[in-house]
Structure formats: C-alpha cells, structure tokens
Design a protein around this ligand. Structure first.
Ligand code: ZN
Length: 89
C-alpha cells in the first residue's frame, strides 16, 4: 500500500510540472527565433585591447602602449611630443 501512495505522489508531481510547462509555453513565450549569445563580447575578451596612438594613429595593444595625458601613444617620444604641444596651447 505504501508504494501505491508513493507512486501517486510522484505521478502528481510529474503531472504538475507538465501542466506548468504547458502553461508557460502557451502564455508569454520568449521569442524562440532569437538566440541571444554574447558573441560580440567573446571576440574581444581573449585578445588584448587595441588602442591607437594619439600622435600618429598607430594601432597597438594596450599592454604595449604608453599611457599619457592625451591618451595612448606608440612610444615615449610621441607622448612627449603630444604633451609638449598641449602644454604650449
Ligand atoms: Zn605614435
């Protein structure tokens, strides 16, 4: 007799979960056509961030760039030149 009761409880749970799924499907369904994948972010996540020299526009990874007041620079020379021009006005 005990097993019969257990079976009834299990079946009831399965039935309830089935009803819930059915209701969610017929109700406000979250557009199945669109597949939201973070593809754009994954592309730049692994690679180093690229920056451009504020003096000559050369692109280089941020890890190799020289950070300065006016942005990133490809070399210390360009940074000096840029900052010297800025200080002059
Ligand atoms: Zn440069």
């Amino acid at each position: 007799m005990k097993y019969l009761l257990l079976l009834l409880v299990v079946m009831g749970l399965v039935f309830l979960s089935g009803v819930r799924k059915g209701r969610a499907g017929t109700g406000s369904a979250p557009s199945p056509g669109e597949d939201a994948r973070p593809r754009g972010q994954a592309a730049g996540a692994g690679a180093a961030m690229m920056v451009s020299c504020a003096e000559c526009g050369t692109h280089l990874p941020e890890s190799e760039a020289f950070p300065g007041r006016g942005g990133h620079f490809c070399s210390a020379e360009h940074r000096q030149r840029h900052e010297a021009r800025q200080s002059h006005g």
